[in-house]
Design a protein around this ligand. Structure first.
Ligand code: UFG
Length: 334
C-alpha cells in the first residue's frame, strides 16, 4: 500500500494543493483539519480526520489509524494584521498547536516533518532578495509564531526528528486544472481581494499604504504559484527520506521576483479586462515594505523550479477559479 502522509490544514488553500501533489506522486494524503478555515470540498485525494491540534485523542486516533510515514504541518492562523490585534490566538494555535502535534508524532514514532513556515520570519530584511541566512527578526506576532515553531523543530532534533521548514513568500494563483483555488473566510489576501473588486463582488479594494520606500510607494511582495509551493512539499519529503538525513533545514519558496500592490492591480486589469475600484488607505500594522526571496537553495538542494512564476499567469489561474465559482453561483441563483 502507498505511504500515507498526515497533512494538517489539508483543507486549506495551500494544503489542498499539497494533497493533490502528494496524490500525483503516488502518496496518500490524510487531511487533519478542523475546517475552521479550510473547505471540505477541497478534500478529494484522501480521507479527512476532523480535529484540531489541541485535541490529543483525535491526533492519537489519526496516527494510530493511518500510521503516517511523515507529517506535513500547514494548519494554523495566517493573517499578520490580525496577529497584531490578537496575539494570544496566534501563539495558542500556531505554537501550542504545533507542540501538541510534535508530541503526538513522538508518541507514535513519526520522525519526519515538513513545516509550512513563512517569509514573515524575516520581517524587514536588510538585504533583498532574502537568503535563508538573513536574520530572523519578524515584525508581527504571526511571524514570531512561525519563527518559534522553526525553533522547536531545531530543538526536537534531539528526539531524532528530521524536518524541513518551507518559508513561503506570497502564495498566489490556483490549480491550473481549475480543481482548487483560494477560499479564505474572511479573505485578507491581496490577489483574491483585487479580483473580487474587479468582479464586482467587493465594493472597493483598499491599498494599505502608499508611502512605503518603494518606487510606487506600495509594498512589494514575491508571488509564488500555489502549485509550485505544493510540489516543493513532495520534494521535501523525498529529501527527508534519503538515508542518513538528519537535522532541521529551512528553504525559501519564492519566485525571486517582486511585484508591488500597484503592479498587481495593473496585472489584474490586463488579465481580466476589468478595472477594480480602489482607494488609498493607511498602512496595515506589521507589514514590511519589501519581501523578495532568493530561492537558490531550494532550487539547488530540493531540485525545485517554479513553473508559473509570471504574475499574469498566477492572476489568470486565480481569476479562472473565481469566475467558475461565480458562474456556478449564478447558475444556482437562476
Ligand atoms: N494589501 C492591500 N490591501 C488589502 C490586502 C493586502 O494593500 O486589502 C497589501 C498588503 O499591505 C501587502 C500586500 O498587499 O503589502 C500583500 O498582502 P497579503 O495580505 O496578501 O499578504 P502578506 O504579504 O501580508 O502575507 C502573506 C502571507 C503570510 C506570509 C507573508 C510573507 O499571508 O502568511 O505573505 O510575505 F507570511
Amino acid at each position: 500500500m502507498a505511504d500515507r502522509i498526515l497533512v494538517t490544514g489539508g483543507a486549506g488553500f495551500v494544503g489542498s494543493h499539497v494533497c493533490k501533489a502528494l496524490a500525483g506522486a503516488g502518496l496518500v494524503p490524510i487531511t487533519y483539519d478542523d475546517l475552521s478555515g479550510g473547505n471540505k470540498e477541497a478534500i478529494r485525494w484522501g480521507p479527512l480526520v476532523t480535529g484540531d491540534l489541541a485535541d490529543r485523542d483525535k491526533l492519537d486516533f489519526a496516527m494510530t489509524r493511518f500510521k503516517p510515514r511523515a507529517v506535513i504541518h500547514l494548519a494554523g492562523v495566517i493573517a499578520a494584521g490580525e496577529s497584531v490585534a490578537d496575539p494570544a490566538k496566534y501563539y495558542r494555535i500556531n505554537v501550542v498547536g504545533s507542540l501538541e502535534l510534535l508530541g503526538a508524532m513522538r508518541r507514535h514514532g513519526v520522525d519526519a516533518a515538513v513545516f509550512s513556515s513563512s517569509a514573515a520570519v524575516y520581517g524587514d530584511a536588510a538585504e533583498m532578495p532574502v537568503t535563508e541566512d538573513a536574520a530572523i527578526q519578524p515584525t508581527s506576532p504571526y511571524g514570531r509564531t512561525k519563527a518559534a515553531v522553526e525553533g522547536l523543530l531545531q530543538d526536537y532534533v534531539a528526539y531524532g526528528l528530521r524536518s524541513i521548514s518551507l518559508r513561503y513568500f506570497n502564495a498566489a494563483g490556483a490549480d491550473p486544472d481549475g480543481e482548487l483555488g483560494e477560499l479564505h473566510e474572511p479573505e485578507t489576501h491581496l490577489i483574491p481581494l483585487v479580483l473580487e473588486a474587479a468582479a464586482g463582488i467587493r465594493d472597493v479594494f483598499e491599498i494599505y499604504g502608499t508611502d512605503y520606500p518603494t518606487p510606487d510607494g506600495t509594498c512589494i511582495r514575491d508571488y509564488v504559484h500555489v502549485s509550485d509551493l505544493a510540489r516543493a512539499h513532495v520534494l521535501a519529503l523525498e529529501r527527508l527520506a534519503r538515508p542518513g538525513r538528519a537535522g532541521a533545514e529551512a528553504f525559501n519558496l519564492g519566485s525571486g521576483k517582486g511585484a508591488s500592490v500597484q503592479e498587481v492591480i495593473a496585472a489584474t486589469e490586463r488579465v481580466t479586462g476589468l478595472v477594480p475600484p480602489t482607494r488609498n488607505g493607511p498602512r496595515r500594522p506589521g507589514d514590511p515594505a519589501r519581501l523578495v526571496a532568493d530561492p537558490t537553495r531550494a532550487m539547488q538542494q530540493l531540485g525545485w523550479q517554479p513553473r508559473h512564476d509570471d504574475l499574469d499567469t498566477q492572476i489568470g489561474h486565480a481569476w479562472a477559479f473565481l469566475d467558475s465559482r461565480m458562474g456556478r453561483r449564478l447558475r444556482r441563483a437562476g
